[in-house]
Design a protein around this ligand. Structure first.
Ligand code: HH2
Length: 281
C-alpha cells in the first residue's frame, strides 16, 4: 500500500530526539580539545541545532578507557564558562550536563541545565535527591563494572541484555525511592562501557527488550570503537556507521540518540522512524 503524502508526514512524527555532543575536554576520544573556548562551544552548539539537535550534552570529563579522572574543581572550571555561554546564547535546544558528580550537577542545575546525564547511574549518593528536587530528567547509564571507564577488559555477561536491563531497573527503583518522577528516569545501556564488540551488537540488536521496560531509552553509539572496528575507520570516519546504528535503534523505538554529528544521522533516522510507524499501522 502506498501512503498518501500527508500520511507519510504523520508517520514520520515519532522520530527520536537527537542530542548533540559538546565535550569541553582536552582528551575525549573523538572531539577532545576542539572546544577550548566558550565561543567554540556556542558555535558547535549552533551547528548541532541547525542540523536537528533538540538536546545538547555538555561534558567536561572524558570517559574513554584509560582517561585520567579529574577533580570536581577542574570539572567545574571547564564546564561552567561553557554552560554560561550556552545559556546566554538562548538556543532552542535543551541542555543536558554529562557528569557523575552531584556537586557538579548542583552547580549546573543552578545555572539552568535542563537534565543530567549520569554515566555512573547514581554512583554518587547525593545525585538522586538533587535531581528529584530539581524535577529534571536524568539519564542513567549502564557502565559495566566498578572500574568505570576500563573498557571491555574482563567484561562477562551470561545474558548481556537481560543483565543490563536488570541493572537499570534496579537503578530506577533507587531513583523512584528518592522521589524522581518516572518519566524523568531515562535508561541507557552504555554502548562501549565495559562491553566487548559482541556485547554492544547484542544490545543494539535487542534494544527493543530495553524499550519494553517502559522508561525512555537513550543511546550513544556515536563513533564508538565497536563501529570503528566494524568498518575499519578511525572515529572521525564513523558517522555513516553511526547513522546505521541509529537506524537500527530507531526501528526498535529508541527515544534519544546522543551523537557527534546530528546532520549525518538525521535523515537516516527519519526514514527508519517512518518505517517503524508504518509497520505499526
Ligand atoms: N558515551 C560517552 C559519554 N557519555 N552518555 C550516555 N548517556 N551514553 C553514552 O553512550 C555516552 C555518554 C562517551 O562518548 P564521548 O562523550 O564522545 O567521549 P568521551 O567520554 O571520551 O568524552
Amino acid at each position: 500500500m502506498t501512503l498518501p503524502a500527508y500520511d507519510l508526514i504523520a508517520a514520520v512524527r515519532p522520530v527520536p530526539q537527537l542530542m548533540g555532543i559538546l565535550n569541553v575536554t582536552p582528551d575525549s576520544f573523538s572531539d577532545g580539545g576542539q572546544l577550548a573556548h566558550p565561543e567554540q562551544v556556542v558555535q558547535r552548539a549552533q551547528q548541532h541545532v541547525a542540523e536537528g539537535a533538540s538536546w545538547l550534552d555538555l561534558g567536561a570529563e572524558s570517559t574513554r578507557p584509560g582517561a585520567a579522572p579529574i577533580s570536581v574543581a577542574e570539572e567545574l572550571r571547564r564546564l561552567l564558562p561553557a554552560l554560561r555561554a550556552l545559556k546566554a546564547a538562548r538556543l532552542s535546544a535543551r541542555i543536558s550536563v554529562d557528569t557523575r558528580r552531584a556537586a557538579v550537577a548542583a552547580e549546573a542545575l543552578a545555572l539552568g541545565a535542563d537534565a543530567i546525564n549520569d554515566v555512573s547511574a547514581l554512583g554518587d549518593s547525593d545525585m538522586a535527591p538533587l535531581v528529584a528536587q530539581a524535577q529534571v530528567p536524568i539519564i542513567v547509564m549502564h557502565y559495566g563494572g566498578p572500574a568505570p571507564w576500563g573498557g571491555a577488559q574482563g567484561a562477562h555477561y551470561d545474558d548481556v541484555v537481560q543483565e543490563v536491563g536488570a541493572f537499570l531497573q534496579n537503578v530506577a527503583s533507587r531513583a523512584l525511592e528518592a522521589g524522581i518522577a518516572p518519566p524523568n528516569i531515562w535508561f541507557d545501556p552504555g554502548l562501549g562501557f565495559g562491553k566487548t564488540p559482541e556485547h554492544n551488537l547484542a544490545l543494539l540488536q535487542q534494544l527493543h527488550q530495553l524499550v519494553a521496560l517502559g522508561q525512555p531509552i537513550a543511546l550513544g553509539p556515536s563513533r564508538k570503537r565497536f563501529l570503528q572496528r566494524l568498518v575499519g575507520k578511525p572515529s572521525q570516519g564513523c558517522d555513516e556507521a553511526t547513522a546505521a546504528a541509529c537506524c537500527v535503534a530507531t526501528l526498535q523505538g529508541v527515544h534519544l540518540l546522543r551523537v557527534h554529528a546530528p546532520g549525518a544521522v538525521k535523515d537516516a533516522v527519519r526514514v527508519a522512524a517512518a518505517l517503524r510507524s508504518h509497520g505499526q499501522r
